[in-house]
Design a protein around this ligand. Structure first.
Ligand code: C2E
Ligand code: MG
Ligand code: MG
Length: 442
């Protein structure tokens, strides 16, 4: 028997395959759809995504395999792998009659009860340029494969590689594949159906109690699950890229709403208390890296009529991590237009000082964990106080987040903080409820 060959860079190839973390995972409907399509296109009873491991081939998908083998399995020995040949040569392999081919005549799958007679396979090339396995079709009868069919197999193999890459990225983001796919479809439909709503939390002057502005916080008014907080859908929005259209929608809704409040006649909006209201909108890293982010921001201002000076964009260290000159120049242009920039969740990142230096925010928002820590111990107070000092020394407006008690508000004032938000003043509320509250204050 001719031994199944190895790829010239077998060690690297195996390392690349392992990095996908796909071996021995559950069934995958999207891969099954691709093998189903391959079997139909080539008129074969079975099609497989065979990933070539050290001493086995593992089937990430196996459509119709039972009809050929007579039993269902997700792996065979490496020795019996036809795909190993396509992998070793990085070329499509066509075997019209295995029993007449010296490489396969004594292959266990040919001589055994599986009775494989014909094979066509195309290598699946991973992101490192190394083959992970092959997409193949098998038949129990000797037969020819049309060149167009073999070419189509190669194209489907590329789609398999792209799908495996998506799965790898989802796994890296800590998301289960089917969860992302199903939920991102639902979220896309939800965005299109206008199910995103924006709630607003007032940002309050600690000395006077006056409202300086509001922070816009997205919610998904889900038809079955009710009103969802961002933690329930932002990870999927990030992983799927939907956070880009989502963020655009929130920006437009928030600018439009606050422009309306500012223009509202005094009787309906707290005796004119809303005339100077500004709005803070959170921006994700994905959104920041979009080439048209500056246009998106300026469009929202133009469409809503909100002056640029009334808008603050909130960024986190996480959203800035890994970005470079392109994002820096986009931020500089937004700021030139008059928009303010805030560093959100300040103090929670690993390199707060570095981001302060690079990005020079107008506002720093002290994360609520530092507010919650106030009064716990001398060390805690010192840490929170030094974060506040740092912001103030750099000339930033310092906003404290998550203020829940009057004691915290007092302590923050003593530490030099002028503005804050939190449940003590108001939780985030729907626009109409907030307007009522504002009216009641006016
Ligand atoms: P964030 O920007 O730091 O927003 C503050 C979060 O703290 C909000 O959670 C708010 O509801 C909550 N909060 C406010 N006051 C208090 C308080 O006194 N105590 C406590 N325990 N929590 C308080 P939410 O609305 O669940 O939002 C979570 C995060 O989701 C936000 O954190 C922000 O990073 C992100 N987010 C929200 N809306 C958007 C959006 O439109 N786009 C993007 N990219 N991210 C968003
Ligand atoms: Mg924020
Ligand atoms: Mg925050």
């Amino acid at each position: 028997m001719t031994a199944a060959p190895h790829h010239p860079r077998e060690g690297d190839r195996l390392a690349s395959l392992r990095s996908y973390q796909v071996l021995d995972t559950g069934p995958d409907a999207a891969l099954d759809a691709l093998t189903g399509a391959a079997a139909r296109l080539l008129g074969a009873p079975a099609a497989l995504v065979a990933l070539l491991d050290e001493d086995r081939q593992w089937f990430a998908s196996a459509s119709g395999l039972e009809s050929v083998f007579g039993y269902q399995t997700r792996q065979t020995s490496r020795e019996a792998s036809f795909c190993a040949w396509a992998v070793a040569t990085e070329q499509a392999l066509v075997v019209p009659d295995a029993s007449a081919d010296s490489r396969f005549a004594d292959n266990a799958l040919v001589t055994g009860p599986e009775h494989v007679r014909a094979y066509a396979g195309a290598p699946i090339i991973g992101r490192d340029g190394l083959p992970l396995g092959a997409l193949c079709v098998v038949d129990r009868h000797a037969r020819q494969f049309a060149a167009a069919g073999v070419q189509a197999l190669g194209e489907l193999a590329t789609s398999v590689a792209e799908l495996l890459e998506l799965r790898r990225l989802d796994a890296a983001a800590g998301l289960a594949p089917r969860q992302v796919l199903a939920e991102s479809h639902e979220l896309r439909a939800g965005i299109d159906a206008g199910q995103l709503v924006v709630h607003y939390q007032p940002v309050v002057d600690l000395a006077s109690g006056d409202w300086r502005g509001v922070e816009a916080l997205v919610r998904w008014d889900h038809p079955r699950r009710g009103l969802l907080a961002p933690g329930a859908f932002l990870p999927v929005a990030e992983a799927s890229g939907l956070v880009v259209p989502l963020g655009r929608e929130v920006l437009t809704l928030a600018c439009t709403q606050v422009a309306l409040w500012r223009a509202a006649p005094p009787a309906t909006a707290g005796g004119g208390a809303a005339a100077d209201l500004h709005v803070a909108v959170n921006l994700s890293g994905r959104q920041l890296s979009e080439p048209d982010v500056v246009d998106v921001v300026t469009d929202a201002l133009v469409v809503s009529g909100l002056p640029a000076q009334a808008l603050t964009l909130e960024l986190t260290e996480t959203s800035l991590a890994g970005t470079g000159a392109q994002v820096d120049s986009a931020l500089a242009r937004v700021r030139e237009a008059g928009v303010r920039l805030a560093l959100d969740d300040f103090g929670t990142g690993y390199a707060s000082h570095a981001y302060l230096q690079r990005f020079q925010p107008d506002v720093v928002k002290i994360d609520r964990c530092f507010v919650a820590a106030l009064g716990r111990s001398g060390r805690d107070d010192l840490l929170t106080g030094s974060l506040i000092d740092l912001g103030l020394q750099l000339g930033c407006e310092v906003v404290a987040e998550g203020v829940e008690t009057a004691g915290q508000a007092r302590a923050l004032r003593d530490l030099g903080v002028r503005t804050a938000q939190g449940y003590l003043f108001s939780p985030p509320r729907a626009a109409d409820d907030l307007l009522a509250l504002l009216g009641a204050r006016g």
